[in-house]
Ligand binder design. Sequence first.
Ligand SMILES: [Zn+2]
Length: 109
Amino acid sequence: MIPKRHGPAKRLEVIDLAACPDCAGQGWTRGIFHDIKCNTCGASGMVSKESGEALPAEVLVLQLRLRLNQRDRRLAQLESQQNSKGGPHQDYIGMKNPAGIGGGNWTGD
Ligand SMILES: [Zn+2]
């Protein structure tokens, strides 16, 4: 349980989200003629894990923003690890295409 706070709303806590059970996280459900916006989650595809209900848009935006920031950081971490480890891609850094313009990228494997 997230403890209730008093005073001005501090919404920087990460709220656990779950995929919307009605649309399986898609935000849309398949109608007869066209796809229909999911009413349960308001087309976000996500609901609060705790209550199972859709979050208000401004809360959801912040929650998604927090997650996006986390992913960005994680991705940057992974990329820097990848770069420091080296690998086949390093053979290509600063290298001109030896086969010339339009030449193949075949490396023999
Ligand atoms: Zn939904």
